[in-house]
Design a protein around this ligand. Structure first.
Ligand SMILES: NC(=O)c1ccc[n+]([C@@H]2O[C@H](COP(=O)([O-])OP(=O)(O)OC[C@H]3O[C@@H](n4cnc5c(N)ncnc54)[C@H](OP(=O)(O)O)[C@@H]3O)[C@@H](O)[C@H]2O)c1
Length: 246
């Protein structure tokens, strides 16, 4: 029986991915900053563990408590939408601390066991925004593009040890708590000079019919973990797949 550790399972893609693996007989270590009851089946194969990917002590304790795992899914992430001029360096650091450095730190924490066993797979959830530049997303996109580049490079050095690395790139998914969670970081509002652009961006979103659903991401993560012949980058969701093929 195999075990996957997933970060950011309190909602959205992480929660759906945990459910997907549980339904396919895996043991799941569902991690979240503040452990709470979540709607997941098969409690006998589920462990919920506290993990904040920006906290080295929390990472060490969670990885120790999880024990041997076969796959790590770096899904935890935060969003941010604003013009660069409206972005404080504190927010820029927060976004990189979670999305980029959190992913790097978690990967480092599990690699010794993967290398020694000559097996294991790390899946990093980035974003389709890295496939095409979009307005007002410069810092968020940079945090995820860095993970793409990081993953491609680490994949090379892990290959001789039989350890795989994959990147899943979801499209826009309004059904998760992502937008709501990002808004708490956007209290300062948009700079006046960008008001017209902000309106255009929101109007554009209203017109887009192709979106990503959590199940698309769970399926892509499943493929990344279980199909050794899968490509390093896997787009998830109708909009992301269209963008990747463009
Ligand atoms: N939704 C989209 O449109 C979209 C599109 C492309 C990519 N993505 C990426 O997909 C991933 C999942 O997003 P989602 O849409 O499922 O959003 P979500 O519902 O907001 O879920 C994000 C998860 O990350 C967790 N998290 C945030 N900071 C953390 C930290 N420091 N340590 C541990 N966990 C932390 C959150 O936990 P708390 O409950 O503790 O805050 C939450 O469980 C993210 O990496 C996001 O960047 C999202």
């Amino acid at each position: 029986m195999k075990t996957v550790l997933i970060t950011g399972c309190s909602s959205g893609f992480g929660l759906e991915t945990a459910r997907y693996f549980l339904e396919r007989d895996w043991h799941v270590v569902a991690t979240m900053r503040t452990p709470r009851e979540v709607e997941l089946p098969h409690a006998d194969r589920l462990r919920v563990i506290a993990l904040d990917v920006t906290d080295p002590d929390s990472i060490r304790q969670a990885v120790d408590a999880a024990g041997p795992i076969d796959a790590l899914v770096n899904n935890a992430g935060i969003g941010y939408l604003n013009a660069l001029e409206g972005t404080s360096m504190d927010v820029a650091r927060e976004v990189f601390e979670t999305n980029t450095l959190g992913t790097i730190a978690m990967t480092q924490a599990v690699l010794p066991q993967f290398r020694e066993r000559k097996a294991g797979v790390v899946v990093n959830v980035t974003s389709s925004v890295t496939l095409k530049p979009l307005h007002l997303l410069s810092v968020y996109t940079a945090s995820k593009a860095a993970v793409n580049a990081f993953s491609e490079s680490v994949a090379l050095e892990l290959e001789p040890f039989g350890v795989r690395m994959r990147v899943v790139l979801p499209g826009r998914a309004p059904e998760t708590r992502f937008g709501e969670n990002a808004r708490s970081r956007m209290q300062g509002g948009f700079p006046d000079a960008y008001a017209g652009l902000v309106q255009q961006v929101f109007a554009q979103w209203q017109q887009e019919s192709a979106i990503t659903h959590s199940i698309d991401v769970a399926e892509a993560v499943w493929r990344a973990v279980n199909d050794a012949s899968s490509p390093l980058r896997i787009a998830a969701g109708a909009d992301a797949v269209a963008l990747a093929g463009a």
